[in-house]
Design a protein around this ligand. Structure first.
Ligand code: ZN
Length: 150
């Protein structure tokens, strides 16, 4: 039987005679990665599989009601990272809703550049990760009567 190259570790391996179409070698790390990819793909493509996984997680949480609270207490960095990620998702959702909303109908792209000044800007320029924030400021329109009165 001929050798194959594992798609993960790129090492040559001999496919099992029970699985002649084997594409991944039998090293535990490669098998773990294969299962993880299968699981993620299946979650996206199979609603029933997704539901079964969700039910299973729910049952586990019911059997271990204190786990999440204890984990958060012992992993403050993880809590902060989750909090930041959630804020980012909330901002994105908020922005998407604004775009969908008629009130922001005259939303336009601005080609303006942002220049960073000061000693901390040097650190920011070196860093690949830069936080960005999008602000949408509604224009204030005065009614003709109010404009005439002021
Ligand atoms: Zn491998």
């Amino acid at each position: 039987m001929s050798h194959r190259r594992c798609r993960y570790c790129l090492q040559l391996f001999q496919p099992s005679r029970y699985h002649p179409h084997q594409l991944v070698c039998s090293r535990p790390d490669c098998q773990r990665q294969r299962r993880r990819e299968y699981h993620r793909r299946k979650l996206h493509t199979d609603p029933e599989y997704h539901q079964v996984c969700r039910d299973s997680q729910q049952k586990w949480r019911c059997r271990h009601p204190d786990y999440s609270r204890q984990y958060r207490q012992s992993h403050p960095k993880s809590v902060e990272r989750n909090r930041q990620a959630q804020r980012q998702r909330d901002r994105k959702r908020h922005l998407r809703n604004l775009v969908k909303n008629n009130l922001a109908f005259d939303l336009k792209h601005s080609a303006a550049e942002v220049w960073l000044l000061g000693p901390q800007a040097e650190n920011l320029a070196k860093n690949n990760l830069a936080f960005s924030q999008v602000l949408i400021l509604p224009t204030v329109r005065l009614s003709p009567a109010a404009a005439a009165g002021s």
